[in-house]
Design a protein around this ligand. Structure first.
Ligand SMILES: NC(=O)c1ccc[n+]([C@@H]2O[C@H](COP(=O)([O-])OP(=O)(O)OC[C@H]3O[C@@H](n4cnc5c(N)ncnc54)[C@H](O)[C@@H]3O)[C@@H](O)[C@H]2O)c1
Length: 319
């Protein structure tokens, strides 16, 4: 039986990933862990350990003593937050990855999932239908850390046969927990403000198209990638993954169909500069052909699902 550890489990992806993994492999076989003292209530029924990924010896002894076989390493500082604390972001995003890659190299772990991002691309990358293999000159500390992480993942696979798998997630939209400080967070926030009856100020311009995805698709992609036969995983840096591409104006207009009084103002800030270096759409033919990826959610379905489920009381837990 697999014994799984999710590091960074209290975040936007981790919360939903842990719930899905527990459904599949049993609550007690999936440890949630995070630097936070307490995990979200939704994760209470299962094992939780407070652990800082940067405390290398603690992480190592936990994984070895608990006989963990798979790690999902999600702890990171995201794009906007990383620009505020570049040195710490570099340390957090890189050191933890080495701790986990080394444990696998030493034979303690059978499989690793580590997410990359569309932030690995930069101004010189083709903007539309960005290919899997292309120019990559990221200009943010976050993008640089993800690009370097990809290189190390591929290296550990080629050199030490470490079974590490990765996806370049687009911006993710979900309602279970709030996003953690990325450039695509505006899209999630728009739903909360719309449901509160507030006007919305968007930190990106109306026509900034970015690759996005509904969380259910992202979690399903993650589990499908992790369960694919090893020989099907031909890319050991990270897979491009495409869901939907939309602009702030597109999503606003779709929300307005349900909430006609909803109003928006566009006031681009420093995050616009980050978004301008990212692709507008992604070519994910490799993920489709290697392990059968196909998205299910389009913009209309995503908006309906979010408006049906966003619970504004979640905002008081962080204020
Ligand atoms: N959400 C997205 O749109 C998106 C897109 C592309 C890539 N990703 C990647 O997916 C991963 C998870 O993203 P997310 O959106 O869930 O992020 P998040 O910020 O919501 O969650 C990260 C979690 O890591 C925890 N953490 C921070 N420092 C830690 C430490 N030192 N030790 C242990 N835990 C620590 C935080 O408390 C938080 O719960 C990240 O690697 C991110 O780069 C996310």
């Amino acid at each position: 039986m697999k014994r799984i550890l999710v590091i960074g489990s209290c975040g936007q992806i981790g919360t939903e990933l842990v719930l899905n993994l527990r459904d599949k492999y049993g609550t007690n076989n999936v440890y949630a862990s995070d630097i936070l003292e307490n995990c979200p209530e939704k994760l209470y029924p299962g094992p939780y350990v407070k652990m800082d990924i940067l405390e290398k010896e603690m992480v190592r002894s936990f994984i070895i003593s608990e006989k963990i076989s798979e790690v999902y390493l999600l702890a990171a500082l995201l794009s906007a937050k990383a620009e505020e604390r570049p040195e710490y972001a570099w340390k957090l995003n890189m050191d933890g990855l080495f701790t986990i890659l080394d444990l696998a190299k030493e034979g303690y772990l059978r499989k690793i999932f580590w997410p990359s991002s569309i932030a690995v691309f930069g101004k010189t990358t083709p903007k539309f239908n960005t290919p899997q293999f292309t120019i990559m000159e990221p200009s943010t500390v976050y993008g640089i850390s993800k690009q370097v992480g990809e290189r190390w993942c591929e290296y550990y696979y080629a050199k030490y046969d470490v079974d590490v798998r990765s996806i370049r997630y687009p911006g993710l939209i979900s309602y279970t927990s709030l996003p953690g400080g990325g450039t695509t967070d505006y899209a999630v926030d728009m739903f909360y403000q719309a449901k509160l009856g507030n006007d919305f100020t968007c930190f990106l311009s109306d026509d900034t198209a970015l690759p996005m995805m509904y969380m259910d698709d992202a979690i399903r992609a993650t589990l499908e990638l992790m369960n694919a036969p090893k020989e099907n995983i031909k890319i050991r840096s990270s897979y491009n993954l495409s869901g939907i591409s939309f602009t702030p104006k597109d999503i606003f207009e779709e929300i307005q169909k349900y909430i006609p009084d909803f109003r928006i103002t566009f006031m681009p800030d420093f995050r616009q500069k980050i978004a301008d270096t990212w692709p507008s759409s992604i070519d994910d033919i490799s993920a489709r052909s290697d392990w059968g990826w196909k998205e299910r959610y389009n913009l209309e379905m995503l908006v309906k699902k979010m408006l049906d489920n966003v619970d504004v009381s979640i905002l008081s837990s962080v204020s």
